[in-house]
Design a protein around this ligand. Structure first.
Ligand SMILES: Cc1cc2nc3c(=O)[nH]c(=O)nc-3n(C[C@H](O)[C@H](O)[C@H](O)COP(=O)(O)O)c2cc1C
Length: 183
């Protein structure tokens, strides 16, 4: 399975890094695009840059010549993790003037899986309406919301829960969290 992964400038850059690492472990091919503010949050929160993420093919967010900028290129799914409200609003508005928003637009028009790990709190009505718009167009809105039924003990357990939920959307059992098996 070939993925396009976008990391944008919302808090939680580590979610993107851990997601990519696990996707590579699971045998996915990963094309990585990090926005300018994604790079800045990676540096501020994880003291790293996109070049430190090994095993992926890196693309510049300004590179609209990238293969998956076209619907004719058969990537399987796109995950934007984390997804800023700025990128969400551009996707919801049909704007596609960089590689992340263009690929999201391609995923929606081609009926391919698009998962947005949107992060902001609290949410304004504008954010909520943008999420509704993307959802109606076929995108999956998957905020990094905590759960406790899997009995997390560490921050890593909580990160794995969110990432595991993304893999669930891709139809892959990553075994990253313990599922609810009944009371
Ligand atoms: C440290 C830091 C954390 C941020 N966290 C968020 C956030 O959680 N959600 C959000 O929507 N924007 C957040 N922002 C603001 C975005 O980075 C900003 O809106 C930017 O324009 C997003 O650009 P992009 O969508 O191209 O990555 C944060 C910015 C910084 C510097």
């Amino acid at each position: 399975m070939e993925l396009v992964v976008g990391i944008t400038g919302a808090s939680g850059a580590v979610l993107g890094v851990k997601f990519v690492e696990k996707a590579l472990d699971l045998g996915f091919k990963v094309n990585l695009v990090v926005s300018e503010w994604g790079e800045k949050t990676l540096k501020a929160e994880a003291s790293m840059s996109s070049r430190d993420i090994k095993g992926v093919k890196n693309f510049d967010n300004s590179d609209l010549m990238a293969p998956f900028s076209s619907g004719s290129y058969p990537f399987d799914a796109m995950v934007v993790i984390p997804c800023s409200m700025n990128t969400l609003s551009m996707i919801a508005g049909g704007i596609s003037n960089d590689l992340i928003t263009r690929t999201a637009s391609v995923a929606l028009k081609e009926g391919r899986k698009l998962v947005l790990v949107v992060r902001e709190t609290p949410l304004s009505l504008i954010h909520i309406e943008n999420m509704a718009r993307v959802s109606r167009a076929g995108g999956i809105i998957l905020p990094p919301v905590m759960a406790f039924y899997h009995k997390p003990k560490t921050v890593e357990d909580m990160i794995n829960y969110v990432i595991g939920k993304v893999f669930d959307q891709l139809g892959v059992d990553s075994k990253l969290y313990r599922r609810w098996g009944g009371g």
